[in-house]
Design a protein around this ligand. Sequence first.
Ligand SMILES: Nc1nc2c(ncn2[C@@H]2O[C@H](COP(=O)(O)OP(=O)(O)OP(=O)(O)O)[C@@H](O)[C@H]2O)c(=O)[nH]1
Ligand SMILES: [Mg+2]
Length: 669
Amino acid sequence: MDISFPTSPTDGLTKSVSMMQSQFNQHQLWCVGFAKRLTALAEWLEHNKLADAAVYAEVNRLRYQLSSQQVMVAVVAEFSRGKSELINALFFAHYGRRILPAGAGRTTMCPAEMAWNPMLPVSIRLLPIETRKEAGSIAHWRVRPDAWITFTLNPEEPAEMAQTLHKVSEVQRVSVEEATRLGFWLPDGPNGERHLDNPVPDRLGQVEVPVWRHACINIPHPLLQQGLVILDTPGLNAVGVEPDLTMALLGQAQATLFILGADTGVTKSDLDLWREHLSHAAAAHIPRYAILNKIDTLWDDLKSPAEVTAELEKQCIDTAQLLSINRQSVVAISAQKGLVAKIQHDPELLARSGLLDLEAILGGHLVRERQSIIQQNCLSGMTRLQTSAARALERRFRDTTEQKNHIQSTVGKSAQTLEAMLASMAVEKAQVGRAGKEFGRLEEICLAGVNQALSYISTPSLKARMHAMSKAFSDRLLKIGLRQSYEETFDALQSDLHHCEAEMARLHSELLLTIKNINTLHGFAIALMSAPKLGGFADKLTNIRLSYLHHLEFTHSWRLLSHDYSERLVQTLCMQIRVIFESAHADIDTWTHSTVQVLETELMERKRSLAKRMAAVSGVQTSSADTDAQIAVLDAQLEAIRAQGRRLVALSKEMGSDLNAHAQQNLGV
Ligand SMILES: Nc1nc2c(ncn2[C@@H]2O[C@H](COP(=O)(O)OP(=O)(O)OP(=O)(O)O)[C@@H](O)[C@H]2O)c(=O)[nH]1
Ligand SMILES: [Mg+2]
């Protein structure tokens, strides 16, 4: 993959590869190495006829995982703390100027995601604010390209590009009625008092609202190219902030940077924001860094450097204490000086800005995060591939050995004996036929059990639960009892997952017992995969449950009085729950598919082996020279299978996993 910087007018700086990029590059190397080994394994499986449709599907899934894993970093803060400036300094200094608008007062008016998708033009896509009048969360609008307005960007013309990106700051004046329809005006309190968070109308009774609801900036950058997605957010305490943004996007982020001003310290509104969006249990699972920005405001020529450093350190310690995080998670920087230093190629100022420390932390974190996601997913997929290949090799080895034993047993046998052998094989054939029927029944049991398990997490059941919750959000006057409905729905969802897993475990025990009988009675060696575990999905559900809880607290309940707000909130919530249930469904489908495939392959291979043995006995020449030749061919085949086994062991080691000892022993390697 090409990881050079995009061409820009300040190429000098772009050549000084930052620490963050070099860490990402290391990870990229790891991914490339892993992808190469995956290709080697896939080719080897194909060459040795060990690949079937399930193997191809698994290989493609792993390739997709390697290429598409995104890591989202959300930059969150009150307005004017320097979020956009920090993004400029971290990612866009090589354009030689400020690219995202950053200025005093409220600047960024809509959440802006920066990512790189080579299939799309370099552009900014904007979702008009009017879409808030219609139902649908941002996730819903994402798949409606016609609703977005696209402006192309020219990376060769940074000034022009910056001007187009100013759109994220655009505002318009609308009547209070229109602002209410758009969700920027909260209803009056029960006694007619105006809500304090509402904007102040001008002389014409109009208020300012953003022009755009969401921005997606598609821009080439080495880090974005490698799956990093940066989310710039408007000051979060604003009225009308999308629940989609706060919940879904922050929930998706793998790291959050919470920006504070060293000039102001941690203010009450910073603390409110932290408590509301970032301190709850679900958010605490995501690495959070507090970035003490604008440290240049503490640089004071009248103080000694030691005094300035001590003052800064005290601020970092205080910040860590106030936010209840480690001191190591607080990073002091000056985004603005970092940007200037990069543009003016001033290494001293760059070091003083603290930006390099932040890049190092961020790079290291992202690499670890991305690598762990990939390792978890890819290594387990790789193990599945190796296990299925080993199983196929074992089967071949067993059949060839049996064939050889049969031929050896024909040596010097009379015609009557050979006939008797054929007769016994005919009996075996009938037996295999009967086993085939049992396999059919086994498949039926399997599919019926799976259907039963899936009924707990199926779309109709989920829809009914979601409907009940949506109703609770929209119906209740002053939302009394909403919390109870919310808890009840989540309890029910957890119990659905639990019942589904329990049914799969029951099915697994039943199948295991039947398979054991078939193995003993008909001489098969079928191995059943362990039942799918849904604990990971239950954990995700718990995280979602926790992350929305604070919306239901009394202090926030006034927001829920706005019908549009609560509708968007519940839509986002439902969408996240649906994703979990669909993933659980997909896992069970994969398990079912593989189980049925194992049964069918076992039966087919057994029939094939029996046919070969019958052919060998019927065509046997009593001359020992012919028998010797047949045995020599089979010996060569056995050696070839052993060699394949050794190669598989070696490939597994290269992949960082070991083929299980049982398979190695069976293959004699
Ligand atoms: N002195 C100093 N000023 C900074 C620094 N970082 C940002 N600023 C200034 O602070 C102001 C606000 O910066 P922005 O990047 O627009 O802040 P923001 O958090 O994105 O604000 P919103 O978009 O309104 O939510 C701008 O004038 C920046 O130039 C810094 O490190 N030092
Ligand atoms: Mg901004």
